[in-house]
Design a protein around this ligand. Structure first.
Ligand code: SF4
Length: 330
């Protein structure tokens, strides 16, 4: 028989254990305007009670040092296709996932861990799945592998079951085996969450030949060719997420090379780059790159024998991330 969490205290403890992160800060948003803000205060039972049964949403900063207890993928679209594909691929890899309908649009997919695991490993596996299903530009929380002296908190993600939204069947977990309708008993689901382990991640990283930043740091002298199958380099992820203001054709070509290297199919790359083009803001009266140009650049990237990630390219330099593991091996 499935276990249940009955009392408010038990439910609060359960929730705190699953959505654990930094203890000295959390995120929230104004329920009228939706404007996000940060709260520099302890995350305690009152914070969680206020989220679950009150009126202040709780957003968790998942990254603690370089460890996490959960990782989340934010599909910012009501289209279920990426959710279905992500769930199927995770299932093939033996990673249990849980789908939450988010507060206004789209879905969050959550993966939970028995013990804190290296964020770099979890992120590498999640990015591998996203690349494989052709949605590599999707946001993943945490957005980085570790906190450091420059980044104290990272980014927060809103947690599920916020009282006011849950009443309207938002921020609730949905059942892929029942037309993605909300589970009738959300607490029973949470109590019986199947968690993944660091061993499972290690096993997948080895089997899939993935490279994490931790791995790169310990093998700096090894060949750069071993970056095959690595998730998109931070510069290309930023270019895809933010769009560019100049060198659109060159940017398209550079992103396409990296998409090819991460296993994204030609057709998926075209779809992603067409969406990317809508985010471009060309300067000096220039027009947005056309579909024909995207196809030409992508074809060139996919048919040539290009391997370089293009660190020296003028289209890429403004997006370079000082924490990039590739940069540290140059
Ligand atoms: S070192 Fe900079 S430019 Fe090169 S791949 Fe990394 S983020 Fe991109």
């Amino acid at each position: 028989m499935n276990k249940q969490a009955d009392s408010q205290d038990e439910k609060t403890e359960l929730f705190m254990g699953l959505f654990a992160g930094l203890k000295n800060v959390y995120g929230s948003y104004d329920i009228k305007t939706g404007k996000a803000y940060q709260v520099k205060a302890m995350v305690d039972k009152k914070t969680i009670i206020s989220h679950l049964w009150g009126s202040q949403p709780y957003g968790v900063y998942l990254l603690v040092g370089d460890k996490i207890r959960a990782i989340a993928v934010d599909f910012d679209t009501n289209d279920l296709i990426p959710v279905v594909r992500f769930t199927a691929k995770s299932g093939q890899l033996g990673i249990p996932v849980y789908i939450e309908r988010s507060k206004s649009k789209g879905y969050h997919i959550w993966i939970f861990f028995e013990h804190p695991v290296a964020a770099s490993k979890a992120r590498a596996v999640v990015h591998y799945i996203l690349n494989k299903i052709g949605y590599s530009a999707t946001e993943v929380f945490p957005k980085r592998d570790r906190l450091d002296e420059k980044v104290s908190y990272g980014n927060f993600i809103n947690t599920p079951l916020f009282c006011l939204s849950a009443k309207h069947q938002r921020t609730v977990f949905v059942d892929p085996e029942n037309n993605y309708l909300p589970f009738e008993d959300q607490w029973q689901l949470l109590y019986n969450i199947e968690k993944s382990s660091e061993d499972r991640l290690d096993c997948l990283i080895k089997k899939l030949n993935l490279i994490t930043s931790a791995h790169v740091n310990s093998t700096r002298t090894q060949s750069r060719n071993r970056h095959e199958n690595y998730s998109l380099p931070p510069c290309k992820q930023k270019m895809l997420d933010q769009g560019v203001t100049q060198y659109q054709r060159l940017s398209c070509f550079r992103i396409a090379i990296c998409l090819r290297r991460t296993g994204v199919s030609f057709d998926s790359a075209i779809s992603m780059l067409k969406a990317w083009a809508t985010r471009n803001r060309p300067q000096n009266g220039k027009r947005i790159i056309t579909e024909k140009e995207i196809i030409a650049q992508t074809r060139s990237a996919y048919t040539g024998r290009y391997r370089s990630v293009g660190c020296e390219c003028p289209s890429v330099i403004p997006f370079c991330d000082p924490n990039c593991p590739i940069r540290n091996t140059r």
